[in-house]
Ligand binder design. Structure first.
Ligand code: PSU
Ligand code: MN
Length: 308
């Protein structure tokens, strides 16, 4: 993997000097939000990370290489081009070999970040275990590779939980099986992406970046593979109402089954539908939680550096 990495000069210099670096995914840019909000979000999030004293490293696949740190022009391509591949682990060899433009999911971004020596990675929401839904067979077997990767990469992932469209208890059980440490930042509840509580608890609550850094250092000291998942709830002012989200997701799931949407198209479909039915409030929540995660992720990266 190391031979496939192309670092931006800024990220390369920061890693060599041991300065804090925060990785960012690109599926959220190409498939998670519409243009122009996606581009503004990507630039803004990089700015937040810089203002906290860390260096942002947005990750994507281009011209047969894994890019760690992107130029303005590269961010623009990801935000505007029509045919950007959504790259989960299984897709990575194909997108590399065919030299396609690829936006990396949490699974792929964390894998590349670990190879690059980046300890902290900020995203919006992680993938998980999907529920069976109307019109689909009772036994669906749609489990995101995001979970597998959390179980094997040492990268700390900061997110706002997972959407309640997933089977949250099954997702939490799977994280337990994989040995992932799940901590709530200022909360003992597992957040539901648009909402602050998906109805289940986390392993432990942590209240400061220093406390999280201590957990990360302790995990590293054990030598176990896998990482820490930091769940950081969407700010109160931008959170959506749980009952409203459930109602909208119910309708979207039924439509999705009727239209035959499945596999990797599911998450982008649901995000776009939610934006329509909430008249943009889901997008506002999404933007708010990503900014919030960027701030916390950068503070964790800085605190990790101070641990020595
Ligand atoms: N959840 C969101 N927004 C997103 C994603 C998930 O609320 O943009 C993206 C992330 O990149 C995540 C991916 O890694 O979707 C998971 O896709 P899948 O379930 O196909 O593995
Ligand atoms: Mn899937």
């Amino acid at each position: 993997m190391k031979n496939l990495l192309d670092f931006s000069p800024e990220v390369k210099a920061a890693l060599e000097a041991g300065r804090p670096v925060v990785a960012l995914e690109s599926t959220i840019i190409s498939h998670g939000m519409p243009y122009p909000e996606n581009l503004t979000m990507a630039q803004e999030v990089e700015g937040i990370i810089r203002s906290e004293g860390a260096v942002p490293a947005t990750i994507a696949i281009m011209d047969g290489r894994c890019k760690v740190g992107l130029t303005e022009a590269e961010l623009y391509r990801l935000a505007t081009e029509k045919d950007v591949a959504k790259v989960s682990l299984r897709d990575m060899p194909i997108v590399l070999a065919k030299r396609l433009l690829g936006a990396t999911t949490v699974a792929t971004t964390a894998t590349i970040a670990e190879a690059a020596g980046i300890q902290v990675f900020v995203t919006g929401g992680i993938g998980g275990v999907h529920r069976g839904n109307a019109g689909s067979p009772a036994q669906v077997w749609d489990i995101s590779a995001d979970l597998t990767v959390l179980g094997r990469c040492a990268t700390t992932v900061v997110c706002a939980g997972a959407k309640s469209v997933l089977d949250i208890p099954a997702t939490l059980e799977m994280l337990e099986t994989l040995g992932v440490t799940v901590v709530g930042y200022g909360t003992d509840r597992f957040p539901g992406f648009y909402t602050r509580d998906a109805g289940h608890g986390v392993d432990a609550r942590v209240d400061s970046p220093a406390e999280i850094a201590a957990v990360i250092a302790a995990r590293a000291a054990t030598g176990m593979p896998g990482g820490v998942l930091v769940v950081n709830p969407v700010p109160e002012a931008d959170a959506l109402d749980s009952a409203e989200v459930e109602r909208h997701l119910g309708v979207a799931l039924a439509d999705m089954a009727r239209e035959g949407v499945a596999g990797k198209a599911v998450t982008p479909y649901l995000l776009a539908r939610m934006k329509e039915v909430t008249e943009g409030r889901s997008l506002a929540a999404n933007l708010s939680l990503v900014r919030n995660n960027a701030r916390v992720g950068a503070k964790i990266a800085v605190a990790l550096g101070q641990q020595g």
